[in-house]
Design a binder for this molecule. Sequence first.
Ligand code: PNS
Length: 158
Amino acid sequence: MSRAVCPGTFDPLTNGHLDVIGRAATMFDEVIVAAGVNESKNRLFEDSERVEMLREVLASYDNVSVDTFDGLLVDFCRARGAVAIVKGVRSPGDYEYELQMARMNRRLTGVETVFLPAAPEHTHLSSSLVKEVARLGGDVSPFLPASVHRRLLVRLGL
Ligand code: PNS
């Protein structure tokens, strides 16, 4: 049984995240999507709402579950018996940053990181940019699952 963790902030989940999670679900027997909570980052959505959105969107994936984690990602992976962390990579800049974390995580507990190149149609996507564009009146519906888009508009009072 191979189990992987797809970690992230998911504030909110984008179609780019969804693509990576779906691809991970074809590579591993089980995938745990792990939303980081209680970190210092400013969030638009509460922890509980980020998890709710993930569960709504991922309900149809039989081998994908959603959970939260606090503290070190490697501790969560070890507790869940995950052999790999899966991350999407959009650019060389992403890779530089992710590579250092991957090496540190491997050094800490031996957990491997698998990088999936973001699909070309998603390389411009990030949760932060989507929020900024939406706040300034741009149409972000092509970038988000429909239920997430609805919640984003409500949250931004649009
Ligand atoms: O969606 P994000 O913001 O890129 O997700 C980042 C996240 C939550 C995956 C990353 O910040 C993380 O792994 N945080 C857990 C804390 C940790 O383990 N830090 C040491 C990394 S080597």
